[in-house]
Design a protein around this ligand. Sequence first.
Ligand SMILES: *Cc1c(COP(=O)(O)O)cnc(C)c1O
Length: 385
Amino acid sequence: MIKKQNTILTHAGSKPAEYHGAVNVPPHRMSTIVFNTYEEFEKVPNVPFSYGRAGTPTSAAFEEAIAKIEGAYKSVATCSGLSAILVALLAFAKQGDHILLTDNCYGPGRKSCEEILRKFGVEVEYFPPMIGGDVAKLFQPNTKLVFMEAPGSLTFEVQDIGAITEAARHAGIKTAIDNSWGTPLFFRPIDLGIDVSVMAATKYIAGHSDVMLGVVSTNEEAWKPVKRAALMLGLCGGSEELYLGTRGLRTLHVRLPHHQKSALDIAAWLQQQPQVKRLLHPAFPSCPGHENWKKYYTGSTGTFGIILHETRREKIANMLDGMEIFRMGFSWGGFESLLFPEQPKPIRTAQKWDETGFSLRLHIGLEDAEDLKADLADGLKRLGS
Ligand SMILES: *Cc1c(COP(=O)(O)O)cnc(C)c1O
């Protein structure tokens, strides 16, 4: 039977017969794993589990489930989304190589490139997010990887993922994408021919704002270097986090459509408000790359941006300090709503971010959408006129 995503999410990685009927594989607190015989010992590393860092039944269950919903060959879990990005980069880039990243990629990932990859002799270049197939003009003989993220962190442009992937494949260059926003429920990178899909499982996958976890999924060809990089960097998820990541998957297909519906409703309303200069939600035409979102994605999630006309600090503080439901925080993807003041301008280098208004990122949680709208309406009023 070919199963639908919802059914896969509900059961993937589950092995009740092996765990006294427990529906999720329990957290295995393992560093040492002992062997029964010398013969068994001699088989290492060709045994399922040899040492905690290299994998446990708990990480295997999570990875197996993620690989299934990604349509990937295999997946490897890491301790955070940021470390998952690093695994993808370090799997393919070495001294003297050139890599390309989208200019709107996740800021801390970009910092890791500047502070680690450059230090080890990797040439890092950023491309304008809307470049499309013209990315080929930036390819050099030593280009090894094109790293995408859609929609981009903070500014939400959606790249022409297909055109960029096609250009890279044609040139024999590996491709990777940060798919934390869409998740495989709304976008399947491996199906489109992208070699590596990275997710901060911290966000929608775990979904409850209490877990740090990353995961990297690949096609068959990209698997060995990626798994090797994760191993050699010593990255692994904690047992509790992996367990909670798998548990999060069980409700992803229930939570995401709810985030989607409320966010679409609130975004449409925000667009009408006089204090709002511009809406940056991939499902609306005012977002750069909206056409690409329509082409590649089957849904949208709860995270988007707005630009306010107001820029005066005291007015912005007045709005943010008085929120009743929305809180300020460096994340998204949990059950609770967040409102985050962002500063995209200083980060960008390939394509200037020249919006003069004040940028806010919203994450629409699972609260009642009318309550959230009322909180935002009061907040916008506090901006004054
Ligand atoms: C949060 C985030 C990450 C990093 O995830 P952590 O688990 O916080 O390290 C990576 N990519 C995107 C797009 C993110 O929003």
